[in-house]
Design a protein around this ligand. Structure first.
Ligand SMILES: [Zn+2]
Length: 248
């Protein structure tokens, strides 16, 4: 299953998962997104398989379990109905977010049939100050012009709103983001940027890039607020930084 790209995994029949759920029955790990417990999570990862990663019930990964906790504890996301734009939506969040925000929750994607709206993040078809929250995770490393995409997200956010713009971090982090539009061959992209459909590899300057379009960015090492036991029980990503981007 680790070789199945995520976008297809999300369409993958749940029958296999039903079997795995029985196989992994237990109470050693707990998914923060769906509250299910298991003996362990499934292994997952494109190049290198990570053990104890994927929830067999809701398909949440480490980073999703951490973000769920962050939204719950650090924001008012679950406390009130908000206007939410969810670009490249993660399946494990979709139904749960919709339950909270109803039809004010809009999923959008350039190609996925699971999303309500088809859009290109370089040119978001919504007026200024339209959303309280925008999620756009694991997208910026794929887009032609990430500055344009970030400014579009900034534009459609209401003042007081926030965006979560997660990206993959390849450790050790480069000081500066590396991009080269002349590298287009998938295998060369894999070598240069870490994956065959990435067009850049972000460095320590990622938050500054987001700031440059107007955001105030908190680089949160939120995972460190959990004890080693909790990090283990929820199988959280210990090196994940949450980029919490606020529009003042
Ligand atoms: Zn789950």
């Amino acid at each position: 299953m680790r070789f199945v790209p995520r976008k297809y995994l999300q369409l993958f029949s749940h029958i296999g998962l039903q079997v795995l759920k029985v196989w992994y029955r237990g109470n050693k790990v707990e998914c923060t997104v769906c509250q299910s417990t298991f003996s362990e999570f499934l292994p997952y990862g494109r190049l290198v398989s990570r053990s104890n990663a994927l929830c067999p019930n809701c398909l949440a990964l480490e980073r999703h379990r951490l973000l769920w906790l962050f939204l719950n504890q650090k924001t008012s996301f679950f406390e009130q109905k908000l206007d939410v734009l969810h670009i490249a939506p993660e399946l494990c969040f979709m139904d749960r977010f919709e339950k909270v925000h109803g039809d004010r929750y809009i999923t959008a994607d350039i190609e996925s049939p699971l999303a309500k709206v088809k859009l290109d993040v370089h040119d978001i078809p919504y007026p200024e100050a339209n959303f309280d929250v925008v999620f756009c995770n694991h997208v910026m490393e794929h887009v032609t012009d990430d500055y344009k995409a970030m400014s579009e997200i900034f534009r459609v956010l209401k003042p007081g709103g926030f965006a979560i713009l997660q990206i993959p971090l390849f450790h050790p982090l480069k000081d500066e983001t590396y991009e080269d539009p002349t590298i287009t061959d998938p295998r060369e992209r894999e070598t240069a940027f870490g994956q065959d459909d990435h067009v850049r590899m972000y460095g320590k300057d990622y938050a500054d890039r987001i700031r440059s379009v107007g955001f105030e960015v908190e680089e949160s090492k939120y995972v460190e607020e959990f004890s080693p036991e909790e990090q283990k029980r929820y199988a959280l990503p210990t090196d994940e930084i949450i980029f919490y981007c606020k529009k003042k």
